[in-house]
Design a protein around this ligand. Structure first.
Ligand SMILES: [Zn+2]
Length: 579
């Protein structure tokens, strides 16, 4: 569902962020701002400031920033639209009446939601009928009880061609609807059920609507062990995690989320009281899934199958999670087993032990590398150390780096000095820039920040920025400036709290937080803004000059040299004018 942005802003205007956040956590006043303990990091002193005037919050410690909707969204782990709805309810705005253009979208999806709801009841009925006896016995034989069957809404598709299709047609759904839902297939003359004679594990969206199935064979005759629903408008594998809607609460209270591969793993974990678990359905981990995980916790345990495919999936997930700043821990299940089998055969305590001994990503990489090398030969050790050094160079986290180096020293008896001397020190070199350029760089960065600060509060400054079309080198700042300008063009005004409703990437939100926290004086002069714009331009020129200089040094062709020299002179003249 999409809500019109004008309506979103209207709702935001009707509520007070201080009042809403106060209903979640205690706030105290200091000056014109309110302060509270930040719920988005492990906060011990009140680091979160809430501004009544600006209607936004910012955390000085972790950088969390947003408007009232962002707060509810992140606090309750719900979607942005759900947060808006929640606020609308609080101030008595009926979204349904006012979103007539969006009704079509809801209606479009409503058909599929309805089809799935009916199918789920149908499948559940089947498994509880006499026809479901064999399927239930199969589940019992796998040590599941009626409790899990009910909790996870497990059902059964019967060994018939078109039972579900017939039922849905009776309820006046069209062939087109049925095909669109992904629950029916068609050939030249017939439309028939996709799922036959399978145990049906419903797949839910983030808030708990059924949007697909994992259909599992339970007799030996069926060849495909399990079949997942094909993708539809509502079910996209890259945006999906099994059990997300149930795991939300538990992940939040335990401050940890465990990721497994299949529904059976999740259900088995539930039988031993572990509820903060989601599953990927064995597909490769996506960027979008990383973002879903981050909304629950950054304390992540990967617990994939113990076979080669599981190791491969683990490697991919480490990479994807790394991109959103999460360093997961890893559980390696022994003997190629999956978590389901392991728990069933070894019990709760043994599995809890595995969880407690989850290893860090470097230990995981060490294990993989060791499998490939012979550590009994000096040559093998040398290759192993080299490979590990290249892995250490990829780590950003200083503590993990140090721990891994010490481990490597212990293990190989290669001295720490030797290892340290082989490490990449590129980052240190980068810091050493000529002093003049460094001061200009500082001036440039400050100008960018001040410019954007005033753009956030003044239409006049946005217009000045638009007229000059100034290029900002830093991605986050450039993107933010662009978004401010786009917001102004769309709505004809600028307000940080409303802008935050339209920003959907974390980096931009954090950048807004850091800019707002500058708390510059309210008034500005046009000359000041012109200064900022000129400083930005000047620094860009300086960068260009450096670029031409190095190109000039490398150029061989005389014509090319002359051309570059001319460009260089032109830029130099311009930048000196501004000095
Ligand atoms: Zn915080």
């Amino acid at each position: 569902m999409k809500i019109d942005s004008e309506l979103i802003n209207e709702i935001r205007n009707k509520v007070d962020i201080v009042e809403i956040i106060s209903s979640y956590l205690p706030l105290t006043t200091r000056g014109k701002n309110y302060f509270g303990v930040c719920p988005f990091h492990d906060d011990h002193s009140p680091s979160m400031s809430v501004s009544k005037e600006k209607q936004i919050y910012t955390c000085f410690s972790c950088g969390a920033t947003g408007n009232v909707f962002n707060f509810i969204q992140d606090y309750e782990h719900i979607t942005f639209v759900e947060a808006v709805k929640k606020c609308a309810d609080m101030c008595g705005i009926d979204l349904k009446i006012k979103t007539s253009s969006d009704d079509k979208i809801i209606k479009k999806y409503k058909t599929i939601y309805d089809i799935y709801e009916i199918s789920q009841k149908f499948y559940q009925n089947n498994i509880n009928s006499s026809l479901g006896k064999k399927a239930k016995e199969y589940l019992y034989s796998r040590s599941l009880t009626d409790l899990e069957i009910k909790h996870f809404d497990i059902g059964l598709s019967l060994n018939e061609n078109d039972m579900l299709v017939k039922l849905l047609k009776q309820k006046k759904f069209t062939d087109k609807d049925l095909l669109k839902s992904g629950l029916a297939n068609a050939n030249e003359n017939d439309i028939y059920d996709v799922y036959r004679n399978r145990i049906m594990f419903p797949l839910h969206d983030l808030v708990g609507h059924v949007i697909g199935y994992n259909g599992r064979a339970y007799d030996d005759e069926t060849t495909n062990r399990y079949v997942n629903s094909k993708e539809t408008d509502l079910f996209k594998k890259r945006d999906f995690l099994y059990n997300y809607h149930r795991a939300k609460e538990s992940a939040r209270s335990k401050k940890q989320i465990i990721i497994m591969e299949g529904p059976m793993d999740v259900i088995r974990a539930y039988t031993i009281g572990i509820e903060n678990v989601v599953a990927t359905l064995g597909t490769s981990f996506s960027a979008s899934q990383s973002n879903l995980i981050r909304r629950l916790s950054d304390n992540v345990i990967l617990c994939f199958d113990g076979d080669a495919a599981g190791l491969k999936a683990t490697k991919l997930a480490i990479t994807e999670l790394g991109k959103v700043g999460i360093l997961p821990k890893i559980v390696l299940i022994p003997d190629n087993a999956d978590p389901d089998e392991y728990i069933k055969n070894n019990g709760s305590e043994a599995f809890q032990n595995l969880l407690n001994k989850a290893i860090d990503i470097m230990e995981f990489k060490t294990i993989l590398l060791k499998k490939e090398t012979n550590l009994n030969s000096p040559e093998g050790v040398a290759n192993y150390v080299k490979a590990m050094i290249s892995e250490i160079n990829k780590i950003d986290d200083d503590i993990l780096k140090e721990v891994t180096i010490n481990r490597l020293v212990d293990e190989t008896k290669v001295s720490k000095d030797v290892i340290m001397s082989k490490l990449d020190n590129k980052k240190k070199e980068l810091v050493i820039t000529p002093k003049k350029k460094q001061t200009k760089k500082n001036k440039y960065e400050k100008s960018v920040q001040c410019l954007i600060y005033y753009m956030l509060y003044n239409e006049e400054v946005i217009k000045m920025y638009d007229r000059k079309i100034t290029h900002i080198k830093d991605d986050n700042y450039r993107h933010l400036a662009f978004q401010i300008s786009a917001f102004y063009k769309k709505h004809g005004y600028i307000k940080v709290a409303d802008l935050l409703s339209e920003v959907d990437d974390v980096n931009t939100t954090k950048t807004i937080g850091s800019i707002v926290a500058l708390e510059l004086k309210d008034d500005y002069t046009k000359e000041e803004i012109d200064d900022y714009l000129n400083n930005i331009k000047e620094f860009n020129d300086l960068e260009k000059i450096d670029k031409y200089k190095s190109e000039l040094a490398q150029a061989n062709d005389i014509n090319e040299k002359i051309q570059l020299a001319n460009k260089l002179i032109a830029y130099k003249l311009r930048s000196e004018e501004n000095d």
